[in-house]
Design a protein around this ligand. Structure first.
Ligand code: SF4
Length: 437
């Protein structure tokens, strides 16, 4: 192989099999794709050790991708259940799975996941460090933290959330500008605590070049984490969030100098009217690096329905430039999601992504809708189920309430506008009270 990373290959004009796969899936000219990868506007997370990967691109001009989070925690450590979730996520064609396992020996699960998953795999090494060393947070050394990154890279992880932006300077800005919810990023809060407990700089900032060495070697895409992601709408677009974003922009350039691919992670909780501006800030400050958003959740008062609050924010974010949406389930803020929560979260996020793709004018996005409209006009229920985002649910609803006339539904019965317009346009009579002629 005479290239190190997908970015390096693109800059050298080498077409990789991953680029070919992405260009085909996106119906995009390979030269255009290569240009975007070379500039960092598109990433193709593809670890050299992830052999089962079906590569996807994330970024400018491409379909909005979605990620599913799963993994074991101390309170819920059933590996079989998490593997069931993996199967469900793959059946539902999610493009990425993040293993957020944060308890015990996680390597067995991570390796199984990489082996079985054509979807790209992401992790947050910081979550794993305490269990990995079986040591209290404060006692883990900077070198040990970097060693966790290397282990995940060797295991074939395609992208890793690394919270390098919460450095001493950002921490000072945070202290001077108190927040309602402090930090809600799990990895970010752990790193901030490590820095405070040890009186040291963030090791992921201080040793960023060492992290780049690892990422270049295995072609791991860095997903620059946002420790200052707002955890409530009151904290969004505040000095800490913007300061960290500026640092992430500087780190992006350093990574690109080494041909390491970069995504930027973003909010969080945020009122609707701030989303567009935040997408512009990210693209400006981080030089058009792909944006991966964790929401945004647009109101804080709907626990149990946060798949909806985040789908609203995600659709707007993606319309204005976000490239990758992390799913949120109805269990958000309440518990680890179960299989049903997962399904609800995936569908809601897919709806947000697709709605944004229509608005962004992504090639072919409207075709799906037009096909559905055609099936609706023809009152072709089987075709509607086939085209539905969630065929199972659509069929269940239809079958739970059957109309008198097969060419209607129980909402309007024989006053069905679609049925009646079809008949009138065909020059036929309409009987509402009696059977048709
Ligand atoms: S009966 Fe009403 S709701 Fe149902 S398909 Fe016809 S127009 Fe639509």
């Amino acid at each position: 192989m005479n290239y190190t990373t997908q970015m390096n290959a693109a800059r050298k004009g080498i077409v990789t099999k991953e680029m070919e796969a992405v260009a085909k899936k996106e119906n995009m000219d390979i030269k255009e794709l290569m240009g975007l990868v070379a500039q960092g506007k598109v990433v193709i997370p593809a670890n050299k050790n992830h052999n089962s990967l079906s590569a996807e691109g994330v970024g400018k001009g491409l379909r909005t991708k979605i990620n599913v989070n799963l993994g074991i925690s101390k309170d819920c450590c059933n590996i079989d259940m998490e593997l069931e979730k993996v199967k469900r996520a793959l059946e539902m064609s999610t493009e990425a799975i993040m293993d957020l396992s944060c308890f015990g020996k996680t390597q067995e699960f991570r390796r199984k996941l990489v082996d079985m998953s054509p979807a790209m795999i992401g992790t947050v090494p910081m979550y794993d460090a305490v269990g990995f060393y079986d040591k209290e947070l404060k006692d883990i050394t900077a070198k040990e933290l970097l060693a966790v990154i290397e282990t995940h890279a060797k295991d074939g992880v395609d992208f890793m959330t690394i919270h390098s932006g919460i450095n001493r300077e950002t921490a000072e800005v945070f202290k001077r500008n108190p927040r309602l919810m402090n930090f809600v990023s799990r990895g970010g809060s752990l790193l901030y605590a490590w820095m405070q407990l040890n009186g040291r700089e963030n090791p992921f900032y201080e040793y960023f070049d060492d992290i780049l060495d690892i990422c270049e070697k295995y072609d791991v895409t860095i997903s620059l984490g946002d420790a200052c992601r707002p955890g409530c709408i009151a904290d969004s677009t505040d000095p800490s969030q913007i300061k960290e974003l500026m640092t992430l922009g500087e780190l992006t350039k350093r990574a690109w100098e080494r041909n390491v691919q970069v995504m930027i992670e973003g909010p969080g909780h945020m009122a609707l009217n701030e989303i567009e501006a935040n997408m512009i800030f990210e693209k400006k400050l981080c030089h058009d690096a792909p944006f991966y958003v964790l929401g945004p959740i647009v109101t804080d008062v709907a626990p149990g329905y946060d798949h909806i609050t985040s789908a609203i924010g995600g659709a707007i974010a993606a319309t204005y430039g976000a490239d990758f949406l992390c799913y949120v389930t109805p269990a958000e803020h309440l518990r680890l999601p179960d299989l049903e929560d997962m399904k609800e979260g995936i569908v809601a996020t897919k709806i947000a992504a697709h709605a944004a793709d229509i608005a962004k004018g992504i090639k072919g996005a409207r075709t799906w809708d037009n096909e559905m409209s055609k099936a609706r006009r023809e009152l072709n229920w089987e075709k509607m189920f086939k085209l539905a985002m969630d065929p199972e649910k659509a069929r269940k609803y239809r079958e739970s309430s059957k109309p008198e006339d097969e060419h209607t539904c129980t909402m309007c019965g024989k006053m069905c506008a679609v049925r009646n317009m079809n008949k009138v346009m065909d020059g036929k009579n309409i009987n509402i009270l009696r059977d048709d002629d």
